[in-house]
Design a protein around this ligand. Structure first.
Ligand code: SF4
Length: 338
């Protein structure tokens, strides 16, 4: 008899909170639901030991059953290769601990500061550069939040706050609203940027209440979504972007160039076109950060530039994301293509 927790029926009534708390976390359950060969079970169990499996059901429903090469499946299925030690692949590839000035705060670049609002995500992406991030040591309780606010107040050069994580939208509207209100009291802050994958993997997250919180904010609001493949975008994406635009939110997308997922000119062209059709502008196409456990997604810079050059010849400039890599200690992202 099946001992897994019951899979929540996805219907129009399922709230984002229900979907967030009913993610698929068990390798056997994922394999059974997607009708994948049982040979992949042990690899999935091994790969999930260091970084757990987590897939929300709306995302699961976009994966083709029985297809081990599905580009969305490859982003979430743990495999044995993740357990291999590979030289150069480390736990903190962007040296974020050096910029972690206070719990929950990372200050890397002039003028903007990143806040780790939560360690929670709706999905665990196998290539995530923060898959080893010490979220437990970066909890933003009331005391730590006050320290972050004091830090922001003391530096008038900071004009933009980036809410990140984990996924900042994994937190409640009430908490988000309180934090945004606190930030609004700091006069030199002008922009609020939210980096999130949640609207892509659980579109129900963009509720009228959340939109109205942004609408009431005095900030210029930017939301940077994270979609890597055109199959992640559908009619719900267009609908949520339409709602965000009623609150004057600028919606952008960043992707990671991943071997076996989106490393083809056709896929990236279609992704840009589909994003734009949904009201989203392509922003960045990052090469893989060398994080331990993700080496199998890597594409050499030379190959990345070759793909990008072909993409450039096919798309108008406004549909072309910037091909970039983040290199620790540099004052900005490093563009790989001129
Ligand atoms: S949603 Fe973002 S932070 Fe969370 S695992 Fe995926 S890439 Fe990492």
């Amino acid at each position: 008899m099946n001992s897994f927790p019951k899979v929540l029926q996805i219907d129009n009534n399922a709230s984002w909170q229900q979907l967030l708390s009913h993610t698929i976390n068990d390798p056997q359950q994922l394999i059974d639901l997607l009708e994948l060969p049982q040979d992949f079970l042990q690899g999935a169990i091994n790969g999930a030991r260091e970084f757990a499996l987590k897939v929300p059901q709306p995302y699961l429903s976009k994966i083709k059953k029985g297809d081990i090469n599905d580009p969305l499946l490859r982003q979430v299925l743990p495999i044995n290769t993740e357990t291999e030690q590979v030289s150069g692949y480390i736990t903190d590839p962007l040296a974020e601990m050096d910029a972690n000035h206070h719990d929950g705060l990372i200050h890397k670049y002039t003028g903007r500061v990143l806040i780790i609002m939560t360690g929670a995500c709706a999905i665990n992406c196998r290539y995530c550069f923060r898959r080893h991030f010490p979220y437990q040591e970066n909890r933003l309780g009331p005391e730590q939040w006050q320290q972050v606010l004091d830090y922001l107040k003391s530096d008038p050069s900071i004009s933009e706050v980036i809410l990140s994580g984990g996924d900042p939208l994994a937190t409640s509207d009430e908490r988000l609203e309180k934090m945004i209100t606190d930030l609004e009291r700091i006069p030199h802050l002008k922009r609020l940027r939210i980096h999130t994958r949640l609207p892509v993997v659980i579109p129900q997250r963009i509720t009228p209440n959340f939109v109205s919180i942004l609408q009431r904010s005095r900030f210029d609001n930017v939301m940077v979504l994270h979609a890597n493949h055109p199959n992640e975008i559908d009619h719900q994406t267009s609908e949520l972007v339409t709602q965000l635009k009623t609150a004057n939110v600028t919606v952008l997308n960043q992707s990671v160039l991943l071997k076996g997922v989106n490393d083809s000119v056709e896929t990236l062209q279609y992704l840009s076109e589909k994003l734009f059709h949904s009201g989203i502008l392509p922003y960045y196409l990052f090469t893989l950060d060398p994080v331990k456990g993700a080496h199998h997604f890597n594409i050499s810079d030379e190959h990345a530039i070759e793909i990008f050059s072909k993409l450039q010849a096919l798309l108008p400039g406004y549909l072309l994301p910037k091909l970039a890599r983040e290199i620790p200690d540099r004052p900005s992202k490093t563009l790989l293509h001129k």
